[in-house]
Design a binder for this molecule. Sequence first.
Ligand SMILES: Nc1ncnc2c1ncn2[C@@H]1O[C@H](COP(=O)(O)OP(=O)(O)OP(=O)(O)O)[C@@H](O)[C@H]1O
Ligand SMILES: O=C(O)C1=C[C@@H](O)[C@@H](O)[C@H](O)C1
Ligand SMILES: [Mg+2]
Length: 187
Amino acid sequence: MSSLLQGVNLYLIGMMGAGKTTVGHILAKQLGYVFVDTDDIITQAAKKSISEIFATEGEAGFRQIESDVLGQVCAHTKLTVATGGGIVLRRENWSYLHHGLIVWLDVPVDLLYARLAEDTTRPLLQDADPQGKLRSLLEQRTPLYSQADLRIPVNAGETPEQIADQVMQAIPSVLKKQVGEQGSRGR
Ligand SMILES: Nc1ncnc2c1ncn2[C@@H]1O[C@H](COP(=O)(O)OP(=O)(O)OP(=O)(O)O)[C@@H](O)[C@H]1O
Ligand SMILES: O=C(O)C1=C[C@@H](O)[C@@H](O)[C@H](O)C1
Ligand SMILES: [Mg+2]
């Protein structure tokens, strides 16, 4: 299976709590890839938590660091990359993401909320109505997430292993499509 993507990076996108980090670790193992998480690279480099970066540099400051990190990450191969939930917001990030295969873990709001209800590490959810906030963020971002090469709908009760299997099974269909598109562009 490690030759499936021939070294091309796999980028996982989706809302906070979608399972990008959890599923990403499993996929990295199955692909024989190294796992990286842009949120972790940011916090390690800044020596601050994401909440602290938002507090001191604002969301715009965080987004700039996030783009810089993604730009550095995409220079490498054989990576499975769990991205931050808002990576899709900046146009320049898409030019980096499109170096690889982009997979959207599409998780309904009620399931995201159930997973994140006790979590205080996501600054955008420190809101009087976190479930409403999740809903409006997902609504705003759905057209952006939809630009992924592959959408994996996630339902309650599916384990991270089952979701990783769905991604692995769906990858060949996207690769075929991309080869087909190149062929038709060449004609
Ligand atoms: N399929 C699953 N079933 C049950 N719980 C899950 C599943 N996938 C992830 N989780 C749990 O949901 C929470 C969020 O998962 P995870 O941190 O992987 O999401 P994320 O997409 O990386 O979020 P963020 O963008 O905020 O980093 C974790 O507590 C994780 O254990
Ligand atoms: O959805 C978002 O905008 C975010 C998601 C997290 O992964 C972090 O990148 C940060 O909390 C912002
Ligand atoms: Mg994560």
